[in-house]
Design a protein around this ligand. Sequence first.
Ligand SMILES: Cc1cc2nc3c(=O)[nH]c(=O)nc-3n(C[C@H](O)[C@H](O)[C@H](O)COP(=O)(O)O)c2cc1C
Length: 439
Amino acid sequence: MSRTPDLIKLEPALPWLSEQGSAGFVQALGLDRLLLQPAAGSRDGAHLTAITVRLNEGPTFTLHGACTPTAADWVFVVEAQDQPRLLDMIGQLRKDQHIEICRNKDVEASDRFTGFSRLHFIPEALPRMDESALDLNREFLGRTFSAPLLITGMTGGISKGTEINRRLAQAAARMNIPMGVGSQRIALDNPEYAPIFKVKPHAPGLFLIGNIGMSQLTGADALEICQRAVEMIDADALAIHFNLVQELVQVEGDRRFSGLLHGLERICKHLPVPVIAKEVGCGMAPDTVRRLKQMGFSAVDIGGKGGTSWSHIEGLRSRSALSQDLGAGFRDWGIPTAYSLAVVHKAFPELPLIATGGVRDGITVAKAVALGARLVGIGLPLLRAALESEEAPLALLESLRQGLKVTLMATGAARLDDLSQRLVLGHPFEREFEAIVRA
Ligand SMILES: Cc1cc2nc3c(=O)[nH]c(=O)nc-3n(C[C@H](O)[C@H](O)[C@H](O)COP(=O)(O)O)c2cc1C
């Protein structure tokens, strides 16, 4: 028995209409079909051979196929030659769906466990210096930034992407910290979307990190794709994201990766800017990083578990029990951010590391720095801030920086590199306390 094809739910549903005058909403879609809800009074669906769907304030897609009305809805199966267009439509829609889900739902690891909660700083009650003497400056890939913070690469979608990226870029430039954009795939496939990512004119001096997924880099054109991504936005570095579990849970995700490793080495060798390997929420193990280093990656974002969970988000997008169960099952999959950071830094102390994944306050930024992070990446809270207002991203970054400053002062650390001496497992003096009480 063949199983029901995986379908992506559309919330809100998209309007469709046909030349014959029928109309309604698309409730769900898959790689070869759409589930249509006809408007009251629509003509018999069995005669439907072409429909036009309009994306949220975006382009329209006309798809040919055959329709089977059922008691619940009309199943419109798209003919083979239009299926690539349907896939393109899903790709353009996906980013907007991600934004809406991230804005409205609980999308983080269910236990929120990043490992940082197991660590605490030993306070220093006796201050020796002025707050103004603190040095938060951080060098990364040849540039000096005013704090060890990074606005990590996030898709802004088609409808809101331009505004989100501009707001984030202006905040990053104002604070003098680097920023990544989300996957540029959509603009590589459809050049009319390139302006979404071109933020440098709005943010003078910004250090901008381009972004492309590993799935796009399995073919012979991998290097050319990366070159185009860099040129498109005048990027200062390129992040290649490794999002295996997301692809495997995503209904329309990629499943073919042979050819990837060869391409990566060429990219690192020939691209004119540094290349960063970036996980997106499952963490990196030291043996993976060893291979990435051998391939020539200049830095690694260990992208650990505990924050935004992409398997969970893809499960939420899906209408089928299979993907929903997979998404829920893998929601907490991966190496907690702090653990991944610590073991990778121990194995490769010279490699510049970015710690992203569930970092939500200045004390945690300080803990990540103490464990060896050059930069600490923040995603979801900044996306929500950018959706909220023009000023909110900078206000959030300021509060993270202020939290970091207070941590430095309150531990007696004058510089970021001093923080590691004051970090302990468990609560300060826990072991000593236990020994005394047990004796
Ligand atoms: C809405 C949204 C879109 C994202 N899109 C991308 C992307 O296109 N490319 C990428 O490498 N990472 C992407 N990420 C992952 C983030 O860069 C980051 O690794 C992840 O969200 C974990 O950080 P957080 O827990 O602070 O959100 C996205 C994250 C969010 C929230």
